[in-house]
Design a protein around this ligand. Structure first.
Ligand code: ADP
Ligand code: MG
Length: 593
């Protein structure tokens, strides 16, 4: 058994890694050619300046594409981070006579710290508040650059900035910047396929689902901000060395908007888009230079240009181009052969997996859940039923940490999880699905399920790396009958199949306890039968299930134990048949007869 699994793991990983290495070779050849061109072409000063600006700005825009494109967070202060790096190199190499390299690194570090700090203090807010706070940060930085004259030389700026002796000529410095662009671009290009990158995409697509699938949302956002800021700082440092002069107006709020526009214009989701957008937004003003004699006309046409592109290519220019490619690409890749899915829920702890005591959740005066006790037995199916609005979903939301309990305690396998954030509860062994399906909609079925499989503490993955993750996800998808459609985007699945993918995502994590919120809702009768059969196969492997459902046939057949809620209170609890005959339950469901 173990030999067989090792073999399979071996085939999967070599099949993945060998072409991967080859895939990267052309990129580095192309990058090397570009660097050599930059070093050897005899550009005149004007072209050189434009190229230098485009290269350094592109790196800052990469940062925007990470924080906004990958993680979905708005940052309107990228010029401030750019300025931090630029001033670090500017002041470091002139006033402090330090080495350029040291200053470049210091600039990146200062930017990282500022970015992470900004992230930490603001990300709990999100949305408009986040935008406001980043703007405030930007304005404060501008004020410091202008007014802290003792430090920054004020509006005069810093001139005669040094650059490394190795790249003393502008031409060689440009080649160095192109090399930096290529390396950073490579990393940003591959970031979405790393654990952190997947977490960022999950947070962007559906924050609630990301949390209950084991992703630390706060940490992910702070990392995204720190990376964005670091790229801003790096770009600023390179810029300062290139132009040998910096002043506060180069790092204003307006410049932050320019970085954002560059990213949106080219395509926020990709580093290629960043380069295209940056290049265009630097070139358009040059092309329109002849209009500058007519006041106002230049800005109007420039603005119209940008608005038209964004209006007709909402995914940016690169997004528009790749959407064209996608139509021609066949997506049906044969999935690798898989073993049957093993659900090996933890068996340590006592007979009771989940013990809920006196749980309440009040929304102002509304007692959505009112002092409820539930004890879920290991290895059984436990149903939570009740009329609409009786507090079932709210109970699940409190259990999985989306809501904070007003009072009461929740023990999972003896561990008190009452005050844990969602991802820690997931790590502790809680899995769930949602009443309104919450999948990561920009991803494929396989990628969705991989995120589930990736939860920390999933003993079925161990240290097997990405190959083991893919294998586990394929097993879970095959288990729900969708293994042959693994590489299709979520949007191409029917509602019923999306439910199955959500269940597969929860199963891949190998939970101790699975919470299902009305899995049969919205399914047709065939799909309901399939779901019923799937639940039997899950229960047969000994996984404990707490299920909310309205279908009394399903509930009475599948569940050994039922808890009934009405107006947030527990009105009955016990062995299935007895509960369903309980007079209070009958009257809650059927009226008073
Ligand atoms: P069920 O899932 O049993 O149909 P819910 O748990 O969704 O019921 O809702 C229980 C009650 O709590 C309802 O009256 C609902 O309007 C209320 N409720 C649920 N979520 C919120 C919320 N976020 N804010 C205010 N009231 C809520
Ligand atoms: Mg509900």
């Amino acid at each position: 058994m173990s030999v067989e699994s090792d073999n399979m793991r071996g085939t999967v990983s070599t099949a993945r890694s060998r072409p991967a290495v080859l895939r990267h070779v052309p990129y580095f050849i192309a990058a090397a050619v570009l660097v050599m061109l930059a070093a050897s072409m005899q550009f005149d000063g004007y072209v050189l300046n434009i190229l230098l600006q485009a290269t350094t700005f592109s790196i800052a825009v990469f940062g925007v594409s990470v924080v906004l494109g990958l993680c979905g967070q708005i940052n309107l202060a990228q010029a401030a981070f750019f300025g931090l790096g630029a001033y670090a190199v500017g002041l470091g190499t002139t006033d402090l006579q330090m080495s350029y390299w040291l200053c470049l690194v210091a600039g990146c570090l200062v930017a990282i710290v500022a970015g992470a700090f900004l992230g930490m203090s603001t990300l709990r807010l999100g949305g408009h508040y986040l935008a406001m706070v980043t703007i405030s940060f930007q304005q404060i930085m501008t004020l410091v650059m202008i007014n802290a004259i003792w430090l920054t030389h004020g509006p005069d700026g810093v001139s005669r900035i040094g650059r490394p002796s190795l790249f003393a000529s502008s031409q060689s410095y440009l080649a160095f910047c192109v090399a930096a662009l290529a390396i950073v671009g490579y990393i940003v290009w591959h970031l979405p396929d790393t654990k952190l990158g997947r977490a960022m995409r999950a947070v962007r697509d559906n924050e609630l689902a990301a949390g209950v699938n084991g992703i630390d949302i706060f940490k992910t956002k702070v990392y995204a901000f720190a990376i964005c800021a670091m790229l801003g700082g790096l770009a600023g440092g390179l810029f300062a060395g290139g132009f040998a002069y910096v002043s506060p107006d180069q790092f204003s709020f307006a410049e932050s908007i320019v970085f954002l526009t560059m990213s949106l214009l080219g395509g926020v989701a990709s580093p290629i888009g960043s380069v295209i957008g940056t290049g265009l937004l630097i070139l358009i003003p040059e092309w329109l230079r002849f209009l500058k004699s007519v006041p106002g006309l230049y800005l109007a046409i420039y603005g119209l240009f940008v608005i038209l592109i964004i209006r007709f290519m909402p995914e940016g220019i690169w997004g528009f181009v790749t959407a064209g490619f996608d139509r021609w690409r066949t997506k049906t890749k044969a999935p690798p052969a898989v073993k049957p899915l093993q659900l090996k829920p933890a068996t340590t702890g006592g007979d009771i997996v989940l013990e809920v005591k006196g749980l309440s959740k009040h929304f102002g005066g509304l007692k959505a859940v009112d002092s409820v006790d539930i004890a879920v037995r290991r290895g059984g199916v436990h149903a939570l039923i009740g009329p609409n609005g009786s507090g079932k979903t709210t109970t699940l939301n409190v259990l999985s940490g989306l809501y904070k309990a007003t009072s009461g305690t929740i023990l999972l396998d003896g561990t008190d999880i009452t005050n844990m954030p969602p991802h820690q509860r997931t790590a502790a062994g809680l899995g769930r699905t949602f009443q309104n399906i919450r999948l990561f909609r920009s991803m494929t079925a396989l990628e969705n399920v991989e995120i589930g499989a990736e939860r920390s503490g999933n003993t079925m993955i161990g240290t097997g790396g990405h190959a083991a993750l893919t294998e586990r996800a394929m097993e879970a998808l095959t288990f729900v009958g969708l293994g042959n459609r693994a590489n299709e985007l979520i949007t191409s699945f029917s509602y019923g199949h999306q439910r199955l993918i959500e269940i597969a995502r929860a199963l891949a994590a190998n939970p101790t306890l699975l919470l299902l919120d009305e899995p049969a809702a919205g399914l047709n009768s065939t799909e309901k039968l399939e779901l019923h059969e799937l639940l039997k196969r899950i229960a047969a492997q000994g996984l404990t299930i707490l299920i909310i459902d309205h279908d009394m046939t399903l509930v009475s057949e599948a569940a050994q134990h039922i808890t009934v809620l009405n107006f947030g209170r527990r009105i009955a609890d016990g062995e299935s048949m007895a509960v369903l005959r309980h007079p209070d339950v009958v009257s809650a469901y059927l009226g008073s007869e």
